[in-house]
Every structure is written in C-alpha cells, then in structure tokens.
Design a protein around this ligand. Structure first.
Ligand SMILES: Nc1ncnc2c1ncn2[C@@H]1O[C@H](COP(=O)(O)OP(=O)(O)OP(=O)(O)O)[C@@H](O)[C@H]1O
Length: 403
C-alpha cells in the first residue's frame, strides 16, 4: 500500500524546552484511518506539526507523497493545502467574524475566483452539517459547532490528509459520536484521516492502524487488536486496555469464548459468544432475519419516508451521515440510532427485527458493502434492500416518493 506521509528518525526539541520527539519513524498509508495514542506530553501534537511543516525536525526527514518536504514558502503553502490540521481547541483556528468568512479563508488565500470560493464554502459547510450557518459569528456557537466550523475550514481546501488533534475533547458523548461519524464519512471518500487521542475505547473501535507514543518515541504500531493486546506497553504509556478487549481476554481465559480475532464492536462480540454457544456451525438466522431497508435521502421527501415506515415492518430507524441526520431533523423523523447505525441495524436484523437506514447517496454503496461483508464473514444471509426501488432506466414520468 502506498505511503502518503512518512517520517524517518525525526527528532525535535522546542527552543528552551524538552526534546519532544526522540527518533520517531512512522509511515501513514493512503486512505487509512490512523489513531495516535499516548498520554499527555507524549509528543502527539508535536508530531502533527511535522506533518504539515509547521515545525522542521532537528534531525530526520518528513516525506509527503514519496518526496521529502521542502521548507520554502511556496512548497509549505501547497503542503498545508494537502495536509489539513484541525487543532484541539477550535478557538485557536477560528479567526473570522462570520462562519462564511472563516471557512472561506483558505480558498481566498489560494486565490480562487469568487464563485469557486462560494462553492467551496457551501460544500464544506454542507459536509459538516452546518449549511445555513454562513452569517453566524463563530464565537457564539457551541463547542461541537465550532469544531465543525474548524473542520469545514480545512475541508474547503480539499486536502488529501486530514489530521485531527483530539477531535472529541470537550465534546459531550453524542457530539463526540457525531464528529467520529463525520470522520468516517470523510474516510469513505478516500481521504487519509489521522487523529490523536487518549481515548483508547475510541481508538480501538475506530482506527485501522494505531501508533502508541510515549516520551517522544513510538512504543508500538499495528492493528488495534495487536497494539491494545500488549498490557505491559499500555501500562508503560499510562493507558488502560479498551474495556471490550479486556472483557474478551477474561472470557478467553475462563474458556467461555475461543481465542480468535478479538472483537472490536458489540456486534462482533455477540457473534463471538454466539459462535461459542452454537459450536462451529453458526446458527442460521436466515428465517428469522429482519430486513435492513436503506433509503437515499437525496432522492426522496419526508412523506415518502413516513410512508415507508408505515407500509413496511420497520421497527427501528437510523440516520447515517450528516445529510441524512439533517434530513431527519428537518422532516421530523424520529431516530432510534444516530451512530454505529449499520452495526445496530444488523444486530436488530439478527433478532428478526427490520430497520431503516437513512443515508445520503454517497454512503448507500458503502452500507450495502458493509452488510454484504458481514453476511459473508458470519455465514448469515442478511437482506439489505434499497427503498424506494431505484427508478427503472429510461422511465419518463415521476414515481411516487421520488423527488
Ligand atoms: N510550544 C512549546 N514549547 C516548549 N515545550 C513544548 C511546547 N509544546 C509542547 N512542549 C513540550 O513537548 C512535549 C510534547 O508535547 P506535545 O504537546 O507534543 O504532547 P501531546 O502528546 O500532544 O500531549 P497532550 O496529550 O497533553 O496534548 C511536552 O513535554 C511538552 O511540555
């Protein structure tokens, strides 16, 4: 897999400060979701500043797209457009008196034409769920909204890599989940997403690659299952193992479940227990399985969704992604699930209950793929159906429910 960002043997000492990085080497693969975990002062934020050239290592190299970065004004401007850094505290990042001006700051500096700036701001605000906030003063927004403005400001530059320093710090649990969902949405568009966090629960279930840091050095790197299985290393980094993994290891030690790939979600954990209870032949839930209906909110109106919910045996409704949640709010559609929606609907399906996932056009294929992957891995034939059925090709008139 292609490495988009690579750091070799980097050392960095702050002027009159400690040596914050002491020989760090890492490689970030394009399109991956990476979590940098470590205690306070481990050097995570410092490492992030190397990524977009805000600081220059005293020794070692930083490469982007296979070439060492150059520290000229022009090269750094280009690098910062391609590697967007969202700071921990949005107040540091937000500088303009209105949301529009703040998000437009990057595109204006890139010298884009007026209508291209308008388009960039509109698209970025819509991606973070803040369409209509253009005239609002950012400093009157909530913490979660400010975070979204800061993300929109970076998105407006269309970076390849998005780096988030503590994306969920000081957010309530629901806002944290929403931000992580937003990051997932951005990742499904092929961007590389890197976060730093102390939250091992979040890193364990979200990341596909984890880098563990302590005292300016990398202690471990690998899949979340590998890195978080090493309790001694976690202790050295003053972190605890994720609860779900801890529980799994206890159950393995008591012979209650078999020692296989550790689960990273409630869905995977319940599968693991069920597999043990029913032996190697999985209980086939084919007859009992509920259907997962998937509805593209870009193609329907609220009435069409309400009709679906009453006409089909739908017991639970979830919205996935910013646009779908906005749609549900606007159309007053009550949601049971607002995060981890696909897994929650699969769990319901496995106990024979049907559910509806509201999703935006771009996420429909991803949702079908995830359910198909689960079916293949678990041996259960789950049924996922797009509703309303796609318009027949070449059909001239409007069908009820379509916009
Ligand atoms: N501007 C600075 N000047 C001097 N020393 C600094 C500066 N910023 C950070 N440091 C020091 O560098 C070390 C690494 O700090 P850094 O902020 O990179 O850690 P971190 O892992 O991001 O921590 P946290 O999780 O608390 O944000 C710490 O010892 C810190 O005190």
């Amino acid at each position: 897999m292609e490495g988009i960002l690579e750091i070799q043997n980097a050392r960095y000492r702050y002027p009159h400060g400690p040596e914050a990085l002491r020989g760090v080497s890492i490689r970030i693969v394009q399109g991956s979701k990476v979590a940098l975990v470590g205690p306070n002062g481990a050097g995570k934020s410092t490492l992030f500043q190397l990524f977009n050239g805000m600081i220059r290592p005293d020794a070692g190299t930083v490469s982007f797209g296979g070439a060492p970065i150059e520290y000229t004004a022009r090269a750094l401007r280009d690098l910062r457009r391609r590697v967007g850094l969202v700071f921990q505290n949005p107040d540091v990042q937000i500088i303009a008196p209105t949301v529009y001006q703040d998000v437009a700051f990057g595109p204006v500096n890139l010298g884009l034409a007026r209508d291209a700036i308008d388009r960039a701001v509109r698209d970025a605000l819509s991606a973070v769920g803040l369409a209509g906030y253009e005239k609002r003063p950012p400093h009157h927004l909530s913490g979660g909204e400010k975070k979204r403005v800061a993300i929109a400001g970076i998105l407006a530059m269309e970076p390849d890599v998005l780096v988030f320093d503590e994306p969920t710090s000081s957010l309530d649990p629901a806002s944290s989940e929403e931000i992580m969902e937003l990051l997932d949405e951005l990742a499904t568009d092929g961007r590389t997403i890197i976060i730093s966090t102390h939250d091992v629960e979040l890193a364990y279930r979200w990341a596909d690659h984890v880098i563990l840091m302590e005292q300016g050095m990398v202690l471990a790197r690998g899949s979340p299952e590998e890195v978080f299985a090493d309790h001694a290393l976690l202790r050295a980094a003053r972190l605890k193992p994720p609860r779900i993994l801890d529980l799994y290891h206890e159950l393995v030690a008591r012979g209650i479940v078999e020692d296989r790939t550790p689960p990273r979600s409630v869905l995977a954990f319940t599968d693991c227990i069920e597999q043990h209870l029913h032996g190697s032949s999985l209980r086939t839930a084919r007859e009992a399985a509920g259907t997962v209906y998937i509805c593209n909110v870009d193609a329907v109106d609220g009435d069409a969704v309400r009709r679906l919910i009453t006409e089909r045996p739908i017991g639970h409704t979830g919205a996935m992604g910013t646009r779908a949640k906005e749609f549900a709010n606007r159309e007053l559609i009550l949601l049971d699930f607002t995060y981890g929606v696909i897994d929650k609907c699969i769990l319901k399906s496995l106990i024979g209950e049907s559910s509806l996932i509201l999703s935006s056009g771009g996420m429909i294929d991803h949702t079908h793929r995830r359910i198909a992957e689960y079916s293949a891995e678990s041996g259960r034939a789950l049924i996922a159906v797009t509703v309303p059925e796609p318009m027949p090709p070449g059909s001239a008139g409007r069908l009820p429910g379509y916009l």
